[in-house]
Design a binder for this molecule. Structure first.
Ligand code: SF4
Length: 249
């Protein structure tokens, strides 16, 4: 089995049947076939981060106009409205220097032509920027990554580029309608055991609407061990004792 999936070649892709979002029309903001991310997670389905960056060069990346036109065309071609328009794609969508403008364009197209909600799958690395926080609070469902409970595990698993764990945690508190996504796995590199208690304590402080818990479902380049359903159920129970809703995907 290949250790990664192919990169997206287009701005709009799908709709895909998402475990978490139903019928989701994806929006990719990187240049076609290029992965750009501020993390290099050990479990990334797209393999190693080729361009590790905190903001990327807009050259070759889609402009707000291109995103708007492509989205409008894709929606016209669909016989049924998707459930979500989802910013995701090859890496971290919020690193596009015109993310705020693109979000406005997507909202305008959606308001005119579709009932779909707008979701964002983000690694949370931009939450320390005020303009980004303003944008993110306009997304219907912002789903932010928080896999771990300590800076050590953050560096070991997410392998960020000059991003402080505590700064991410502090700024996640400022997001209205916060949804968290957390990938759990076992083994030497895993984030269960001791880290799980720290993570659960942070999640309690953040008071998210929901935590989406999942494990490895796709190929990856490291020999990581998938967490079984029973372990994920256990995490769900721990969160429930703290009054936090979660779902296993
Ligand atoms: S944040 Fe997402 S895209 Fe970036 S390396 Fe991690 S899993 Fe891959």
């Amino acid at each position: 089995m290949a250790d990664k999936i192919p990169l997206r070649q287009k701005v709009i892709y799908g709709p895909v049947n998402s475990r978490r979002l139903g019928k989701s029309l994806g929006i990719n903001l990187t240049p076609p076939g290029t992965k750009i991310c501020s993390f290099d997670c050990v479990y990334c389905q797209y393999g190693e981060t080729e361009v590790k960056s905190r903001v990327y060069d807009p050259q070759n990346a889609p402009t707000p106009e291109m995103v708007g036109e492509s989205l409008e065309e894709a929606l016209e071609e669909l016989s049924k409205d998707p459930d979500y328009l989802t910013f995701s794609g090859n890496g971290e969508p919020t690193l596009h220097p015109e993310f705020g403008k693109i979000l406005e364009v997507v909202r305008k197209v959606r308001n005119r032509t579709s009932e779909a909600k707008i979701a964002l799958l983000s690694n949370s690395s931009k939450v320390n920027q005020r303009d980004f926080l303003t944008s993110i609070n306009k997304v219907d469902v912002p789903i932010m990554k928080l896999d771990v409970g300590s800076p050590e595990k953050f560096h070991q698993i997410n392998r960020p580029l000059q991003i402080q764990f505590q700064e991410v945690v502090d700024n996640l508190k400022k997001i209205e309608n916060l949804h968290l996504q957390s990938l759990k796995f076992t083994g030497e590199l895993g984030n269960l055991g001791e880290d799980l208690q720290k993570w659960a304590g942070i999640v309690e402080e953040l008071e998210p609407r929901e935590v989406q818990i999942y494990s490895l479902d796709r190929p990856c380049r490291f020999n990581l061990e998938k967490a079984g359903k029973d372990r994920l159920e256990e995490i769900k129970r721990v969160l429930a004792t703290k009054g936090i809703e979660s779902g296993i995907y």
